[in-house]
Ligand binder design. Structure first.
Ligand code: AHR
Length: 496
């Protein structure tokens, strides 16, 4: 079987947005404790940060990290996590049925971000709290000094944090959320929070909560009602999506990016509809601030008896296989293709909790198979995202009908072309011919593939490199690039 793609650097979508390569650190399970932070660990630095995890975070090519939740943030008091550690309270975390020690908080997170070379994206508690607490957190974080809260930060030894990106709450449409709200209740609160935060700093970038998933009964109406209230005060609306293969429908699972494409298009249309109603020329962007594959470990709240409250219990530690990695690679293709509207995207999460990086307490850190497509895409995508013409055989799926087996995106920067391709067929090898003659490239500089004869192969502490990128099977002659994509594979090429 074969497919054909035409690339022309003249047909651009938008510049590659570095914030597409964000991730997420939530106070959940072992993401923070024994994930990024473990003072007693052999690699711990003077702040208690695991250096092995810091190194992997840099290798992953992460640009921005959302923090501190997630569902956790909707019951969180940010003051608990600043200043001297001795005075910090232990609290019940209702979202994940555990105990939060507050050993790690805002001050530590900002220090960690500087070491990891990432931008912080701060989520506000609009579940149990409101406008005042949001303004307090902003003053503590960003004000230059000479006021109670900015002076408190200085006393804690820190200069202004300069946090630009803020999430106005988390998944408030979800009945599981602490402080769950209707769209009308949330829309007003988000609008007032945004409006008053801009009284301190007009140039913040603010994200209103969209739906927790496109399957929510209120999907579409939630976005419309929230944006009607917040349109003039916010920059982005959020999308969250997790894809799974728990029903064994691998064909549909492999086509998950079709759903992501629809999701982004639907939210874009809804935002533009509200813009039209308001006669506004402003465009609302999308912050896809939680996305991933997640289906193996659904232990959301308790693993054991209800009266058991543990510190950093193991929660949703999915072990990913190579098929999951191919889907993650395809979801990145979808996000890049929508770079004209997707301003921020965060792979949820960074360490241990449905994460590309796994650790053992007092033990090693290793890369899940999903680490590789993310790291490679982040490293190779640059310049302008290109609009491709693709002619591909189709695969039938129960959830999405017939979908193209081959999906692809490309980026172009100063004579360098990066092409990302996926074969979503579980049966057929596909030879793809890519016409690159209009981009003037003559040499394949690099070609890597994520694939394995065993589509269920995984990595583990004992076998951390069972799945690593392999050389791609590709040739370039007379402006025609030929790539052989085995069934269930993801490939990235760099040409010049
Ligand atoms: O990432 C795990 C959880 O998924 C987040 O806390 C929540 O926002 C979403 O439901």
């Amino acid at each position: 079987t074969s497919a054909r793609i035409i690339i022309d650097p003249v047909f651009t979508v938008a510049p590659v947005n570095r914030r597409t390569f964000g991730t997420f650190v939530e106070h959940m399970g072992r993401c923070v404790y024994t994930g990024i932070y473990e003072p007693g660990h052999a690699t711990a630095d003077e702040d208690g940060f695991r250096k092995d995890v810091l190194e992997l975070t840099r290798e992953l090519g992460v640009s921005v990290v959302r923090y501190p939740g997630g569902n956790f943030v909707s019951g969180y008091r940010w003051e608990d996590g600043v200043g001297p550690r001795e005075g910090r309270p232990r609290r019940l975390d209702l979202a994940w049925h555990s105990v939060e020690t507050n050993e790690f908080g805002l001050d530590e997170f900002i220090t960690w971000c500087a070491k990891a070379g990432v931008e912080p994206m701060m989520a506000l508690n609009l579940g149990t709290r409101g406008v005042q607490e949001a303004l307090d957190l902003q003053e503590y974080s960003n004000h230059r000094g000479g006021t109670a809260l900015s002076d408190l930060r200085e006393q804690h030894g820190a200069s202004p944090y300069g946090i630009k990106l803020w999430c106005l709450g988390n998944e408030l449409d979800g009945p599981w959320q602490i402080g769950h709200k209707t769209a009308a209740e949330y829309g007003r609160l988000a609008a007032e929070t945004a409006r008053t935060m801009r009284m301190i700093e007009p140039d913040l970038e603010l994200v209103a909560c969209g739906s927790s998933s496109s399957q929510m009964p209120t999907f579409g109406t939630w976005e419309r009602e929230v944006l009607r209230e917040t349109y003039q005060f916010v920059d982005y609306i959020s999308c969250h999506a997790y894809y799974g293969n728990d029903d064994g429908d691998t064909a549909s699972f492999l086509a998950s990016a079709v759903n992501m494409d629809h999701f982004i298009d639907a939210v874009t249309a809804t935002a533009d509809h509200v813009g039209a109603e308001l006669k506004s020329s402003k465009k609302i962007g999308i912050s896809f601030d939680e996305w991933n594959v997640w289906y193996k470990d659904r232990s959301r709240l308790t693993d054991g008896p209800h009266d058991q409250w543990e510190v950093a219990p193991r929660r949703i530690e999915d072990e990913y296989n190579v098929t999951d990695a191919v889907v993650v690679g395809n979801l990145l293709i979808s996000l890049l293709r929508h770079s004209d509207r997707v301003a921020v995207a965060c792979l949820a999460q960074l360490a241990n909790v449905i994460a590309p990086i796994m650790t053992e307490p007092n033990g090693p850190a290793w890369r899940q198979p999903t680490f590789h497509p993310f790291a490679i895409t982040s490293r190779l995508a640059s310049g302008q995202v290109l609009r491709l013409e693709t002619d591909s055989p189709t695969v039938s799926t129960a959830k999405y009908g017939d979908v193209p087996a081959v999906d692809a995106v490309a980026t172009y920067s100063e004579g360098e072309l990066a092409v990302f391709l996926v074969n979503r067929s579980s049966e057929d090898t596909i030879d793809v011919t890519v016409d690159v003659s209009r981009s003037g490239v003559t040499t394949i500089q690099e070609g890597v593939m994520v694939h394995d004869a065993d589509p269920l192969a995984t990595n583990s502490a004992e076998h951390p490199d069972r799945i690593t990128p392999k050389p791609a099977d590709s040739r370039l002659q007379d402006g025609q690039l030929t790539v052989t994509l085995p069934a269930i594979s993801w490939v990235a090429l760099r040409l010049s």
